[in-house]
Write a protein that binds this ligand. Sequence first.
Ligand code: DX5
Ligand code: ZN
Length: 221
Amino acid sequence: MIAPSILSADFARLAEEMQAVEGADWLHVDVMDNHFVPNLTLGLPVVQSLLKTTDIPLDCHLMIEDPGRWAPPYAEAGAYNVTFHAEATEDPVAVARDIHAAGGKAGLSVKPNTPIEPYLEILRNFDTLLVMSVEPGFGGQSFIPQVLDKARAVRRLVDSGELRLVVEIDGGINMNTIEAAAEAGVDCFVAGSAVYGTPDPAATVEALREKVIETERAVRS
Ligand code: DX5
Ligand code: ZN
């Protein structure tokens, strides 16, 4: 799955920018509160408006403090997947439960330096694991390949049937880096600047998807 991040889109033309990536599997929406990360983007009212203008499932990535308070309303509004950060709460399982109760899928995200081992046990409460491959806060940063060990570890648990979840990666994904992520067993690839920085974002989504398919074919043969 390819999930273009509208963080790199023109915020004054979000409806058109969403149409420009028709064919995307999910639309990745970065919510930042200027506390958990040193940047501020958009919040629930904008997401509610986006939901009215697209049929593509919204993948809301909450880079915010106190997700227990703020995350469930995104699910209630109709976001398909609501991801929050493991570093932002003492009780991720309770937050996941509340997101599910509000009708959404729940995702757990870990920053590049956060180990995954302490969270492996609780991942069965989640639908998505979002591995950050840049420090959260800004688009256009360079991919950190070391985080792929986390994707590989969780992939193994999914393949062995111990876990059922989507392994998603976010940060620095482009035509050059997507191959390594696909090899590590990632299912869903977020790409912001690599998609919106090109003249034909929909064609870029398709090219990224082709690259993943090619890589998976090569890995299997
Ligand atoms: C960064 C965000 C990403 C961002 C990725 O904190 O979570 O979703 O949009 O942008 P690129 O693909 O440009 O690294
Ligand atoms: Zn994101």
